[in-house]
Design a protein around this ligand. Sequence first.
Ligand code: ADP
Length: 235
Amino acid sequence: MINLTNLHKSYTKIKVLKGIDLFFDHEGIIAILGPNGSGKTTLIKSILGMVIPDRGDIQLNGDSVLHKWDYRNNISYMPQIASFPQNLKVEELIKMIKNLRRQETKEAELIQLFQLKPFLDKKLGILSGGTRQKVNIVLTFMFDSPFVILDEPTTGLDPVALISLKQILREEKKNGKTILITTHIMNLVEEIADQVVFLLDGNIYFNGTVNELKEQTQHDNLEHAIAEILKESYV
Ligand code: ADP
């Protein structure tokens, strides 16, 4: 269970989050949407303790996480841009991250799924963006955490890898996980999201299912539904 109450965050002059209330109490895939700069990453980083909110509370399974760190063992996080050490080999990085958590891991099946075996002895610095993203996915899903947070996970993925990512997301949902995901790929949202949270201007503009969003905007196409909200907000 993730519970955000009255979350505020400003950076110098910009108010990014203006009193966000959110409650996720079941397994499923929640898409956090919003235009660039609407605070999606700030929201995610607040849950992870990488950004300290000015006001409000964040609870995981009933306990406040503010100024704590050990709760992060329950979260798998995939950052938007993974800055890997360039000289490290893929297999060395996987081993290093495994040693940090000392939990049981399932990297072997993920390496197979994303066909990463030929790259295990390659240095991260020479990999293509898409291959680096696949490594990023392996590092995220190899641990069995109840909460998974993914910031733009599809960047650079080829269609085969995208299908594999969707497969993992569905499996992880079946395993009872709560998965938060930010993306600009509306097809992905339409296909896999159980809930959509749309951030606009520091507030939650919409919180519901894809179908409810379509009904509210009277658009059958999700991309057009989102565009409708944005157009309304410009008026
Ligand atoms: P999104 O993920 O929706 O694109 P962000 O949360 O990254 O939005 O950013 C929201 C706003 O906060 C943007 O205007 C961004 O420039 C600003 N911002 C984000 N991080 C910082 C920071 N560390 N210092 C100052 N401004 C920041």
